[in-house]
Design a protein around this ligand. Structure first.
Ligand SMILES: Nc1nc2c(ncn2[C@@H]2O[C@H](COP(=O)(O)OP(=O)(O)O)[C@@H](O)[C@H]2O)c(=O)[nH]1
Ligand SMILES: [Mg+2]
Length: 305
C-alpha cells in the first residue's frame, strides 16, 4: 500500500523542443497544446523569430514546450540568427518533436534537418502535421519513407489546426519524460512577457496584411507599456522598424489605412490575451539595413552574441 502511494507521487517534467522547416505548423501545434494563442502564425515562412516557451500542466506532470523558428539553410544574418535560436532547442530539450507536414515526397529541407539530428542523442518523435489535407491511405507510405531515414522513437500524425491527435501526442510525451520538478509554479502558461507578446501580435498583423518583402524587413519595438489597473487599460506605444523609406510608405498605407488596420487587429489580439482594454499607438521608422547588421540585430534582441 505504501509502495503504491510512492508511485503515485512521482512527478514528471521536462522540455520539449518543437523543430521543423518553416511553415509546417510548429506554432499552430504549440498554441493548440497550450490552449492559448501565444505564438504568432502566418502563411509565410519565418514568422517565428525567437524561442517561445509554453507551459502545459497536468496533476502529475509539467510539459514545457519550446516553439522555435524553422531550421533551414540560412543566407542572411537575420536568418542565421533565427536558425541559431532554433538549434539551441536541440541541446536544451529532453525530447524533440520534429514536425513535418503530410506530403507524398520528402522535402529537401526535411532531409537537411534529419542530417542535423544525426548528432542528437535525445528521443526524437516525428510529428506529421496537416493530416486533414490528405487521404488516410497516403499516410502509411509517408511514415515508411521517414522511418527509412531516421530512427524516430515515435511517429505521430496530427492536425494541429483541427486538434486531431494532440492528446495522443501529449500522452506519449509524458511516457518519455524523466522524473523532475515543477519548474514553473502557478497557472502561468508562458514565460514570455506581455511586452514581448504585444510586439509579436503587431508583427503578426504585418505578416498577414502586407506582402512581398515587407514581412521580412520589419521588427517591432515596444517603447512604452503602462498598465492602468483602475481603468483595466494598458497603454502601449510601439515602433515598427523597416529598412527603407519605400517600405515605410507601404506599412503606413494610403492615408494611414494600412497602419490603422495593423493597429486595430493586433490590439484585438492583445485585449483577448491580456483580458484588458488596450490603447495602442504605432510609429514607423526607417532603420537602414537592420536585417544585415549584427549590432542592430542585437539591439532588437534577435542576436545574442
Ligand atoms: N490544413 C492545415 N493547416 C495547418 C495546420 N497546422 C498549421 N497550418 C497552417 O500552416 C501555416 C503555417 O503555420 P505556422 O504554425 O505558422 O507554421 P510554422 O512556421 O511551422 O510555425 C498557417 O497558415 C497555418 O494555419 C494543420 O493541421 N492543417
Ligand atoms: Mg512558427
Amino acid at each position: 500500500m505504501q509502495c503504491r502511494q510512492e508511485i503515485d507521487k512521482v512527478f514528471k517534467s521536462g522540455f520539449i523542443g518543437i523543430i521543423g522547416r518553416p511553415n509546417v505548423g510548429k506554432s499552430t501545434l504549440f498554441n493548440a497544446i497550450i490552449g492559448e494563442k501565444i505564438s504568432i502564425i502566418a502563411d509565410k515562412p519565418q514568422t517565428t523569430r525567437n524561442k517561445i516557451t509554453g507551459i502545459k500542466n497536468f496533476p502529475d506532470a509539467q510539459l514545457i514546450f519550446l516553439d522555435t523558428p524553422g531550421i533551414h539553410k540560412a543566407k542572411t544574418p537575420l536568418n542565421r540568427a533565427m536558425v541559431q535560436t532554433a538549434r539551441e532547442a536541440l541541446t536544451d530539450a529532453d525530447i524533440l518533436l520534429m514536425l513535418t507536414e503530410a506530403d507524398s515526397s520528402i522535402h529537401p529541407q526535411d532531409t537537411f534537418l534529419i542530417e542535423t539530428l544525426a548528432q542528437v542523442n535525445i528521443p526524437v518523435f516525428l510529428v506529421i502535421n496537416k493530416i486533414d489535407l490528405i487521404e488516410k491511405n497516403l499516410l502509411l507510405p509517408i511514415i515508411d519513407k521517414f522511418r527509412a531515414l531516421y530512427n524516430y522513437r515515435e511517429i505521430i500524425p496530427v492536425s494541429a489546426l483541427k486538434g486531431n491527435g494532440i492528446n495522443d501526442l501529449l500522452q506519449t510525451i509524458k511516457n518519455y519524460l524523466p522524473e523532475g520538478p515543477q519548474y514553473f509554479t502557478g497557472d502561468a502558461f508562458t514565460d514570455a512577457t506581455e511586452r514581448f507578446l504585444a510586439a509579436e501580435f503587431i508583427r503578426e498583423q504585418i505578416m498577414l496584411q502586407t506582402s512581398q518583402e515587407i514581412p521580412y524587413v520589419t521588427a517591432v519595438e515596444i517603447d512604452t507599456f503602462r498598465e492602468d489597473e483602475e481603468k483595466n487599460l494598458i497603454r502601449i506605444s510601439a515602433t515598427i522598424n523597416v529598412e527603407k523609406e519605400s517600405q515605410k510608405a507601404i506599412v503606413i498605407g494610403k492615408k494611414g489605412a494600412m497602419l490603422k488596420k495593423i493597429g486595430t487587429q493586433s490590439r484585438l489580439q492583445m485585449e483577448n490575451l491580456f483580458g484588458s482594454r488596450v490603447f495602442l499607438e504605432l510609429f514607423v521608422r526607417v532603420k537602414k539595413d537592420w536585417t544585415s547588421n549584427d549590432k542592430m540585430l542585437r539591439e532588437l534582441g534577435l542576436l545574442k552574441n
